[in-house]
Design a protein around this ligand. Structure first.
Ligand code: PRP
Ligand code: ZN
Length: 289
């Protein structure tokens, strides 16, 4: 499709698919139901979505088939793709880990020497072994790495762990972390900065940043006695100066503030003790700082 739209590649079906679509929708993009289609356009933004296997995304972006992509950092590093990392996206967090059968015990990294380790991440693992001076055999497998020990073709595995369910299901346990990863936005390196597409990309990045900021903030509203205002302001971890509004009862004020989401439960008691009442905590969808 040579329509001038920005082309964004995302995972066809997997851990990152729904969350990536959710992020784009929070950015105000109207995306039709993709079901089994390979390519979908946004109805209200100049963007085409390409649904690909995550392993293919770094190369497609490198070669310019897609302009940008959302994929796990682990995949980008493993593929040694020559792309720009535009932004970490804060979701899809997982760890590439070495895991061993539940009934085995290993105490130190040294015990990996001479072992057979099955993985779909041979380059990252080889690098880990090199850095730790470990001489182990890497068995490269493209999928379902977790069954390799029970098939007898490996002693341990090195694979992505997110919830840990896959390990548990296959009677494996964590041994050591190799690489922490999350979803990242990557871009083609030869982007023409004068092109219309680049303008679309800049617009999209502003929207993504706004959505990410909003996710970590909440809007707090409360009523406070006028005399308590200095103390209330001390307690508030406000991102900027709070909004203060008069109330019909002249001894009282309404205070509104944007606060980091995770601070609410730490401060609500202090606010209460300082005289605040009617606390309302409201989610924010977008926030441009
Ligand atoms: C990884 C890994 C496991 C699963 C682990 O696959 O290979 O299958 O996630 O997740 P859990 O700890 O929550 O059970 P990934 O999502 O990277 O996709 P892939 O199929 O492309 O390997
Ligand atoms: Zn994959």
């Amino acid at each position: 499709m040579l329509n001038g739209n920005l082309k964004l590649a995302i995972q066809k079906s997997g851990r990152l698919t729904e969350k990536s679509l959710q992020l784009l929708r929070t950015c105000g993009l109207d995306i039709e139901n993709y079901s089994d289609r390979l390519l979908v356009s946004s109805r209200n933004f100049e963007l085409d979505l390409l649904f690909l296997r995550d392993d293919d995304i770094p190369e497609y972006v490198q070669d310019g088939v897609a302009d940008i992509g959302i994929v796990g950092e682990n995949v980008v590093i493993e593929k040694e793709a020559d792309v720009d990392t535009i932004k970490k996206l804060g979701y899809g967090k997982c760890t590439l880990m070495i895991a061993i059968p539940e009934d085995k015990n290993m105490l130190s990294l040294d015990e990996l020497n001479g072992k057979r380790v099955a993985t779909s991440y041979p380059k990252i693992l080889a690098n880990f072994f090199r850095n730790n001076k470990i001489d182990a055999k890497i068995i490269q497998i493209s999928g379902s790495v977790e069954i390799a020990p029970s098939l007898g073709i490996a002693d341990c595995i090195c694979d992505i762990v997110s919830t840990g369910n896959t390990l548990k299901l296959n009677k494996l346990k964590k041994f050591t972390n190799v690489f922490d990863s999350e979803a990242i936005l990557i871009g083609n390196k030869n982007f023409d900065k004068d092109s219309g597409k680049y303008a679309i990309l800049k617009n999209l990045i502003v929207r993504i940043e706004s959505a990410l900021n909003a996710k970590t903030s909440k809007y707090l509203m409360m009523n406070v006695p006028k005399v308590a205002l200095p103390r209330i302001r001390e307690i508030l971890p406000s991102l900027k100066s709070p909004t203060i509004l008069p109330l019909a009862d002249e001894s009282m004020l309404a205070v509104h503030a944007v606060i980091p989401s995770d601070t609410f439960w730490d401060i609500q008691n202090d606010l209460h003790e300082a005289g605040a009442s009617g606390l309302l905590l409201i989610p924010i969808e977008n926030m441009i700082l």
